[in-house]
Design a protein around this ligand. Structure first.
Ligand code: SAM
Ligand code: SF4
Length: 312
């Protein structure tokens, strides 16, 4: 079965949030004093297993686990193992990498081959300023080890004025040296980032100008629903740009989101959705059609909820 929304977009990717809690405090993501959900409010391992299986039968063929920090769940590996048994084209997750090293040997034996890391600085001080953590080296080692073990690794870097924008060249060198794709994200008007948006935002055009001063940019062909556009640079770096604010890609969106509490949501920017918990396959099918009908074509200006609660 294949799912199409009212604008004939093929909806086949699921962002599945495992929890809202996190061991970092990235300044653009988390509120000052975050209140996290109680354990008993989260989808259980069994809920995730059965819901994912139903969604795959209905047309989902890619699942990316996210959060909060997905590796903080004590049953994280069990969930990855459960999902590895499904007929998926791609199983992936997004992580800050802090707890990853311990999982790598077991991950290697699963079907999960794709790991995106969030890394906003390539030095201790910058990392601390962005995340409040002194564990930069630990994260860096986890990223390099993951690459060495043969996983498909990407780095996501939210670029911000006077925070890390001067590190673009360092990331280009890093990408070329280790053969790791680095994607620069525009800051989005989500949660706490809205309050300092004008002060911190750097546009894709500005990023491209800086890149052009470093190298010639050779465009890389990507699928239509890719969130990034990418360039190969002279040093073989693969640099992507995710321009959610200045060049939104909503028209090609192929995603649905399932919150940590089991609410299916049509769009990152819409705090609206329907619970799939304890529903039959038929009921879930109807809910999916209703949810897809709500998917916007144009970019919604902002959303108050912080990213850790939405599942980024
Ligand atoms: N904790 C994991 C991580 O950091 O990779 C997964 C969850 S995190 C919410 C997912 C992604 O959302 C990260 O790459 C983070 O940089 C991004 N993010 C969070 N808030 C954002 C904002 N206001 N604008 C742009 N990206 C944001
Ligand atoms: Fe945590 Fe990821 Fe949000 Fe940073 S971006 S605070 S690592 S959930």
């Amino acid at each position: 079965m294949r799912l199409f929304d009212s604008h004939n977009r093929h909806i086949h990717k699921l962002r599945l949030s495992l929890l809202d809690a996190c061991n970092l405090r990235c300044i653009y993501c988390m509120p000052q004093n975050p209140q996290f959900l109680n354990q008993n409010e989260l989808l259980s391992r069994q809920d995730i297993k059965s819901l994912s299986s139903i969604l795959v039968n209905l047309g989902i063929d890619e699942i990316r686990l996210t959060g909060g920090e997905p590796t903080m769940r004590s049953d994280f590996m069990d969930i990855v193992k459960d999902l590895s048994l499904l007929e998926l084209k791609k199983l992936a997750f997004t992580t800050n990498g802090l707890f990853l090293k311990q999982h790598l040997p077991k991950l290697k034996k699963t079907e999960c081959r794709n790991i995106n890391f969030s890394l906003d600085s390539l030095n201790e001080k910058g990392f601390f300023n962005m995340t409040g953590s002194r564990d930069f080296q630990k994260v860096l080692q986890a990223i390099l080890m993951t690459k060495e073990l043969g996983f498909n690794v990407k780095i996501n870097t939210v670029l911000m004025k006077n925070m890390n924008h001067h590190e673009i060249k360092d990331f280009v060198e890093f990408s070329g040296k280790y053969g790791i794709e680095v994607r620069f994200l525009e800051l989005m008007r989500i949660g706490p980032a809205r309050n300092r948006f004008e002060e911190l935002f750097i546009s894709a055009d500005k990023i491209i100008d800086t890149l052009k001063n470093i190298s010639t940019l050779m465009p890389i062909q990507l699928p239509v629903d890719s969130t990034s556009f990418n360039f190969k640079l002279n040093n073989k770096a693969n640099i992507g740009i995710i321009a959610s604010e200045s060049k939104p890609f909503c028209g090609g969106c192929s995603r649905l989101r399932l919150s940590a509490t089991g609410k299916i949501r049509p769009c990152l920017m819409m705090n609206q959705g329907f619970s799939l918990k304890n529903k039959s396959t038929d009921e879930i099918k109807k809910i999916l059609l209703k949810t897809m009908a709500l998917k916007p074509v144009d970019r919604i200006y902002e959303v108050l909820q912080p990213m850790n609660q939405i599942g980024g």
